[in-house]
Design a protein around this ligand. Structure first.
Ligand code: NI
Length: 452
């Protein structure tokens, strides 16, 4: 379930015990371990480990601590090591002005040379940064718009830095320090970063999580980091494991690409992905992109859309879930007949149903479908997106008259079932205004929804 993306298993303090350390990792659910080198010798050791164990991958490079004697010819040597098929990244590289073991100029020189090498080899990088934030951000900004993809390991920047790095498609990770008693500032940053941009790591043998703090760290303890992130994000450990493992696959190519999901579990609810088609084309939606949510791949074309029976079989006993939710990257009322068949199965078997919709179902189906909601869909959640028809039209790339269509749908639907209207947390949208509009003018419940 887990990928520990940062464990220096070549350290001498594992010498006589590596077999047991690896066995404990396996027992704790660690599927893959990425071992980053810090100089030529340890990079070779990382490769040796990767050759010995099929679930271990290596990264090769010079850590800032080890750049005191940096010379340009070292790049060719790293390049030779990186040619190995189990080398997944260039790392660990970066800047460390805290210990200052090597002169700043050499640190920067080595760092930039290795970033350039990663571009040449089309490999991601693993970045270490300590007390060098300004220089780090300045250097990384120079690579904005290139193919550079990085993991900011043991992230030490500000929330604004994190947002900027994520916008540049980099990933962030935190080791055991998220569990430290006094690390509220770190947990606050973690809470603001969507799980889709996080990786798991231990930084073994350092940064040991609570309750083993002070002892030697090891990959098995990545479960404790995952547990803490799950707690911070109010997600299940499975959700954190699946999403971060998929992120590790996206960045490092470690693990396997998951298959298309017709139903997918998040927390205690089961989501039903009836279609990827939509009558709108929202600016914030990744429907035409990868269409992946929390590690589940939802992208499918019309020919792949299964019949109701396939979904019903996957649902099984609906009572085992809090809710069965019709929600994917498409508009479910496009397959209203299939939704009704599945919903009637769920209701007959004691389950609860919800449908997330854009509220254009009557136009899509060329009839008033709201009376059919009764007894089949317990809650209809309609995306309000904006109280302003023009802004609505811009966000969803639909005709402005669809705003009124959506409102009429909500007003009519509330005669037959529980209706909630929601907006995503976009800055341009005035949340307070939306709430007033929904509760006073339409008379249904209001909720702010997150998006990524
Ligand atoms: Ni490290």
């Amino acid at each position: 379930m887990y990928v520990d993306t940062h464990a220096h298993l070549f350290y001498p303090n594992y010498n006589n015990e590596l077999e047991q350390v690896i066995e404990r990792a396996k027992n704790a659910g660690v599927d893959y371990i990425l071992v980053p080198g810090t100089d030529l010798a340890s990079s070779s050791q990382a490769i040796q480990l990767a050759e010995t164990y099929d679930f271990i991958y290596a990264a090769v490079g010079f850590h800032p601590h080890d750049t005191a004697e940096w010379t340009d010819d070292l790049i060719e040597k790293i390049k030779l090591l990186a040619d190995h098929k189990k080398v997944a990244a260039i790392g660990e590289i970066g800047l460390d002005y805290y210990y200052d073991f090597s002169p700043k100029e050499l640190q920067i020189k080595a760092f930039e040379a290795q970033l350039d090498l990663s571009l040449e080899l089309k490999l991601p990088v693993i970045i270490h940064n300590r007390e060098a934030n300004d220089d780090m951000m300045e250097i990384i900004r120079k690579y904005s718009g290139t193919e550079l993809r990085a993991q900011f390991h043991c992230f030490a920047g500000s929330l604004d830095d994190a947002k900027e790095l994520i916008a540049m498609k980099h990933f962030i990770s935190f080791p055991g320090n998220v569990t430290f008693k006094k690390a509220d500032n770190i947990r606050k940053i973690v809470s603001q970063i969507n799980i889709e941009h996080l990786l798991l790591e231990t930084d073994s043998p350092f940064m040991t999580p609570v309750p083993y703090r002070g002892k030697r760290n090891e990959p098995a303890y990545v479960a404790l980091v995952a547990e803490k992130i799950a707690e911070i994000h109010n997600l299940s450990i499975d959700d954190v494991a699946r999403t971060t493992s998929f992120n590790a696959f996206k960045l490092f190519g470690i693990g396997s690409k998951n298959n298309l999901s017709f139903t997918y579990k998040i927390d205690n609810s089961l989501y039903v992905n009836v279609t990827n088609r939509c009558n709108a084309d929202c600016v914030f939606c990744d429907r035409k992109g990868e269409a992946i949510i929390k590690g589940y791949k939802l992208k499918m074309d019309k020919s792949q859309e299964p019949d109701a029976e396939v979904y019903i079989k996957e649902i099984g006993d609906p009572k085992q879930y809090e809710e069965i939710v019709f929600c994917g990257y498409g508009e479910p009322t496009i397959r209203w007949e299939v939704v009704k068949q599945i919903a009637s199965y769920v209701k007959e078997n004691g389950g609860k149903t919800r449908m997330n919709t854009d509220g254009h179902g009557n136009i899509i189906n060329k009839k008033d479908i709201t009376p059919e909601l009764e007894g089949l869909i317990d809650t209809v959640s309609i995306s309000l997106n904006s109280v302003d028809p023009e802004q609505y039209a811009k966000l969803m790339r639909v005709d402005p008259k669809m705003h009124d269509e959506m409102i009429q749908f909500a007003k009519s639907a509330k005669k037959y079932t529980h209706v909630v209207m929601s907006i995503v947390g976009l800055n341009e949208v005035d949340t307070e205004k939306a709430k007033e509009f929904v509760t006073d003018k339409i008379g249904v419940d209001f909720r702010v929804r997150e998006y990524f």
